[in-house]
Design a protein around this ligand. Structure first.
Ligand SMILES: [Fe+2]
Ligand SMILES: [Fe+2]
Length: 292
């Protein structure tokens, strides 16, 4: 009998055949990426509601949103690079006859297109290349973390869910710059397949782990997800724009901290159901500012 992961992979291959999008035809790159509109919804910007935000003109806020959007795209490229490494290592261990094999290659191909799309936005937005300022190996050996490959997929899911909430808000808001909305829409459509795969895989694999592996993973997960959430604020944005105390204000902004908890709610709800967040690990999620 097929595992739910194998069945899901077959369904997702069919869904990918029905809809796979090319960012160089779906996104209208002839439209200038300028400051005529916000590039992210204002309430998704880390500085929203702070004294620094209140002190900005409308134009400065829109310019800041262009830099935040570029930083988010750069974080997206970085995350996609890291998670592709996880998927490629998974592929290296899978026989080609496994139904998951073809799907995982489709997922890698999706991420390659997404990263070219994010890169194109950054180049056209005229901002610096805001790559996260961390060692590239920090996420790379995720398979070796507590819980092994399950933890690696949990991290993939965390990144995808966090970006998904922001992407959905962006694509639905008609006042946002059209290029940003087109990018967000493409990403939402294709990432929904990845989210669905990661969840099915985790539900399949989690019960097969030993108690020791499960406990280790439960204990480690809030730190790993916290690390991902922290990368959503990039000091370089504030340095480039000369916003005094901007990075500190963004990290300590109670409005932004509440937003992170809200944006992670789908993930944390799923992890509660799975048992990753349980009575002994819940406090660490709250302490880390990831759950209420
Ligand atoms: Fe992606
Ligand atoms: Fe993805």
């Amino acid at each position: 009998m097929q595992t739910p992961t194998a069945t899901k992979a077959t369904q997702l291959i069919a869904a990918s055949q029905r809809m796979t999008l090319d960012p160089f035809t779906e996104v209208d790159w002839s439209i200038p990426i300028d400051d005529s509109a916000y590039h992210l919804p204002p309430d998704k910007l880390p500085l929203f509601g702070t004294a620094q935000w209140e002190g900005m003109t409308g134009l400065q806020r829109r310019e800041y949103s262009r830099h935040e959007c570029a930083a988010l795209c750069a974080a997206g490229i970085w995350f996609e690079n890291m998670l592709m490494q996880t998927v490629l290592r998974h592929l290296a261990n899978l026989p080609v006859t496994d139904p998951t094999h073809r799907y995982l290659l489709v997922e890698v191909a999706d991420e390659c297109r997404h990263s070219t799309m994010f890169g194109e936005y950054i180049r056209r937005a005229g901002t610096p290349a805001y790559a996260p300022r961390v060692d590239v190996d920090v996420f790379g050996p995720a398979d070796g973390l507590p819980g092994g490959r399950a933890m690696a997929y949990l991290l993939i899911l965390a990144v995808e869910e966090l970006l998904d909430v922001c992407n959905r808000a962006t694509m639905r808001d008609h006042s946002i710059h059209v290029v940003s909305r087109q990018i967000a829409k493409l990403h939402v459509i294709e990432e929904s397949r990845h989210v669905s795969f990661a969840k099915t895989y985790l539900c399949d694999v989690w019960p097969t782990l030993t108690d020791e592996e499960r406990n280790g993973a439960s204990e480690f997960a809030p730190h790993a997800v916290g690390f991902v959430a922290d990368l959503m604020v990039h000091d370089g944005v504030y340095e480039t724009l000369g916003i005094e105390g901007g990075a500190f204000a963004a990290r300590n902004n109670p409005i932004n901290r509440m937003r992170v908890v809200r944006d992670l709610a789908k993930l944390t709800g799923f992890l509660e159901g799975l048992g990753v967040i349980n009575d002994s690990s819940r406090a660490a999620w709250v302490e880390r500012g990831l759950a209420a």
